[in-house]
Design a protein around this ligand. Sequence first.
Ligand SMILES: C[S@@+](CC[C@H](N)C(=O)[O-])C[C@H]1O[C@@H](n2cnc3c(N)ncnc32)[C@H](O)[C@@H]1O
Length: 93
Amino acid sequence: MRGLAPPAEVQVLYWMHQARRDLVVQAPRRRGIVAGTFALRSPVRPNPIASSMVELVGVEGTTVLVRGMDCVDGTPLIDLKPAPSKPDAPGHS
Ligand SMILES: C[S@@+](CC[C@H](N)C(=O)[O-])C[C@H]1O[C@@H](n2cnc3c(N)ncnc32)[C@H](O)[C@@H]1O
């Protein structure tokens, strides 16, 4: 895991394997409206890829420890990326 060390923020992409994938409209309780799936950040979606920005706490061998994930135990990890740089940061692409 060369180059991955705290303090850092990382983006975790994961697969919400227990989520329903068959709703095209939903009525999230918090918003009190009916909306199309693609107008929402609901975990219920045809392609259940989720993205969370979290704090990197440590790296122990091949295990990456983060704080701030909101996912079910056993959720498959898709990818890890460094937090996107700010648009005006040197080397931004
Ligand atoms: C709203 S999603 C996070 C979405 C992410 N921040 C995004 O915008 O892509 C977080 C919720 O997804 C649900 N969730 C997390 N992991 C899941 C999994 N493996 N299968 C099904 N639902 C999951 C939990 O209810 C959790 O509170």
